[in-house]
Design a protein around this ligand. Sequence first.
Ligand code: NAI
Ligand code: AKG
Length: 467
Amino acid sequence: MATPQQIQDLQNTFEKAQLASAHAVSSSPNQSFLQRQFESRQKETKQLKPFATEDIKVLLLENVNQTAIDIFTEQGYQVEFHKTSLGEEALIEKISKVHAIGIRSKTKLTEKVLAHAKNLVVIGCFCIGTNQVNLEYAASKGIAVFNSPFSNSRSVAELIICEVIALARQLGDRSIELHTGTWNKVSAKCWEVRGKTLGIVGYGHIGSQLSVLAESLGLNVLYYDVNMIMSLGNSKQVATLNELLSKSDFVTLHVPETAETKNILSTPQFAAMKDGAYVLNASRGTVIDIPALIAALKSGKLAGAALDVYPHEPAKNGAELFTNELNPWISELVSLRNVILTPHIGGSTEEAQSAIGVEVGTSLTKYINEGASTGSVNFPEVSLRALDLEKERNTVRVLYLHQNVPGVLKTVNNILGNYNIDKQFSDSQGDIAYLIADISGINNDEIQSLHDQLSDTPYKISIRLLY
Ligand SMILES: NC(=O)C1=CN([C@@H]2O[C@H](COP(=O)(O)OP(=O)(O)OC[C@H]3O[C@@H](n4cnc5c(N)ncnc54)[C@H](O)[C@@H]3O)[C@@H](O)[C@H]2O)C=CC1
Ligand SMILES: O=C(O)CCC(=O)C(=O)O
């Protein structure tokens, strides 16, 4: 367990990183953004609160880490926590009442579910993947989505290293045999990994970290990626997936779930691999054609496989859940030799989960309290510095999300122009645009009128006022 001091340190680190990346997208002619942030840290900052909403309610599913619960409760938010994900009906019922939801990889936030989320302002994916959320639809409803892009990468990379050796030594089979009383001391078809070739498909955060670990074990590393990426150590990028398949002893997948990666390994790709090669997948279940993998294992073309992810996964822990009812080929898969099956635990370590809790918890809090969308995966990244408690007591922060069409800013600034616009920053991404403006010298009794005027503007997606 992380100590409170470690959690505080992590939170400070994430906040600093957010400030640094905000600097990258802001423009400041006179004074560095970071310098001003530093100075504002020396002063007492104004704690903004939302106008015209009830207390912030947060729904946390899938056993999101305690570090996130602590961050939200410290803010005074009302937190409802569930260890599992929820079925569609229960999810629709619950999501209609909350302002924020935290999930991991299993909760499906589809258009149908999100259509009922009438108060929702932000979604936290306490993981890397965001394929479980309809990101475009969420943006069109004014709901920002945040994730944790790399806090569990090391954990996944370490699991793969462990499985590469375990497959080469048939460790899973030997262990199952001995658990059931069979002594089977063999060396046939058991190998050292030194000098073998690991082929990494997807050389992003996980793939590249894995590359470094693998080389330290004496493996040669090849990788294939749709982008040209600088190789680490002595690893080499290859031009085609087929080249990687034909040269690798182990092939491991670290790509996101997209239309292009669906069944990226299927019958022709298994045929292109070396005889006796191994396949590993800890990315998403849809990227491998599993019936084709079963056929390649049964025929002896492949010597083993390690799978952490599946097209359909149970919503909770328990016995009798990993059955053919979930995926029709499960009984065949579990009967195969030298196949390591794990229940989507690539990122499931104490270190990763507490870091993710702090990172995503902090992003959500900063978005709810300050409107900062830095790090969002479906919004333009916009933020303004915190307000000074003394000097900016009567300042209201306007958070205005709108369709990205010409003329909107003119309309909005006609309204804001009736007050003193201290500063504003806006950016767009695809069909949506986001404006943050600090309006000073405004009395509390004028806020409702400002809210009403902005609410009536055409092309508005959502508006929040913080004061
Ligand atoms: N098993 C688990 O518990 C976990 C699984 N994951 C999964 O791992 C995936 C990868 O994670 P990261 O490395 O952090 O992602 P990343 O975004 O840093 O890297 C993905 C890489 O795949 C490449 N890519 C995309 N499409 C490709 C294609 N068609 N062919 C070849 N390369 C392609 C990208 O260019 C990128 O370099 C995540 O999307 C997530 O689904 C992530 C964390 C934990
Ligand atoms: O830990 C989890 O629930 C999901 C991990 C994962 O697949 C991810 O981070 O994308």
